[in-house]
Design a protein around this ligand. Structure first.
Ligand code: API
Length: 285
């Protein structure tokens, strides 16, 4: 089984081309859980599987979190898979990728920089206030695409110096809060200057903070644009793994376009031999 290991601003992924591997879809959750485990395997935040597109796109991307759950989309993953598509000849310098949440288009800016147009918000609720341990946390709720990828957008003054343990507990509680029936990726943010935002995201399906979250930054900037707190053009979002840039198109109260730009890193191309996988996965099985 051939793989690529890539990351976008430290949000890391294993990519398998199922046009070649021809694994049954039922294999992917276990494969994701196994291969994404750090120390014992390759380790990653998610597994992306390249499949045949149904809708005239260049290819289809299936995204599995490290716990094996299916994610509707992944912004950093989409940027990486667009580079994969370009470098393997599945697509040209612009890419059309079918995802569970809908079509995503990509553009190669240079060897390492890729921009994707994220799925536009299908739900934006600006005034949520889930209660965690007796305290209400004013926030917004966003879904990108359909079926939508869920994001909570939570202002957190003092985020840069937040106590990691307290933030982890709050992220974990909000991620599964009954206010968010699909669960949610929980994006804590703090504006740091004009069109500059600091963000830390607790991810559903990883159940921890990741180094960056592309759809999370898009959701934060969509909300801040509607609230008039950023311009929506070239908004720089700093995460632990790097800086991502978001551009927004808006018509009145509606966000009609969201673009995510940032770096990709190709770490390795190789062959999977993980001997903890069931024999059916092994070349000698
Ligand atoms: N890190 C990803 C989002 C993964 C979504 C996943 N955690 C889920 O909720 O299924 C991104 O760059 O957009």
């Amino acid at each position: 089984m051939q793989f690529w290991k890539m990351n976008g601003a430290g949000n890391d992924f294993i990519i398998l081309n199922n046009l070649e591997e021809r694994l049954p879809p039922s294999a992917f959750p276990l494969l994701a859980r196994t291969l994404c485990t750090p120390h014992r395997s390759l380790g990653a935040d998610g597994l992306m599987v390249v499949e045949q597109a149904q809708e005239g796109a260049d290819f289809k991307m299936l995204f599995f979190n490290s716990d094996g759950s299916l994610g509707e989309m992944c912004g950093n993953g989409a940027r990486c898979i667009c580079r994969y598509g370009y470098e393997t000849g599945l697509s040209g310098p612009t890419q059309t990728v079918e995802t569970t949440a809908g079509l995503v288009t990509g553009t190669r800016i240079d060897r390492r920089q890729y921009r994707v147009q994220l799925n536009s918000p299908t739900v934006i609720r600006l005034h949520e206030a889930p209660v965690v341990e007796g305290k209400a946390w004013p926030c917004a709720y966003v879904e990108l695409g359909s079926p939508g990828l869920p994001h909570a957008v939570v202002p957190y003054p003092g985020l840069a110096d937040a106590d990691p343990q307290a933030l982890f507990q709050l992220g974990k509680a909000m991620r599964s809060h009954p206010a968010f029936p699909k669960g949610a990726n929980v994006n804590f943010y703090e504006p740091t200057g004009p069109d500059q935002v600091l963000e830390k995201t607790f991810e559903r399906g990883v159940e921890d903070f990741t180094l960056a979250c592309g759809t999370g930054t898009g959701s934060v900037v969509a909300v801040l644009t509607l609230l008039g707190q950023v311009s929506g053009q070239g908004v720089q979002v700093s995460m632990a793994g790097g800086v991502l840039t978001i551009d927004v198109a808006r018509t009145g109260d509606r966000i009609t376009g969201l673009w995510l730009t940032g770096p990709t890193n190709l770490v390795a191309k190789g062959e999977v031999f993980d001997e903890e996988l069931p024999p059916s996965f092994s070349p000698c099985g």
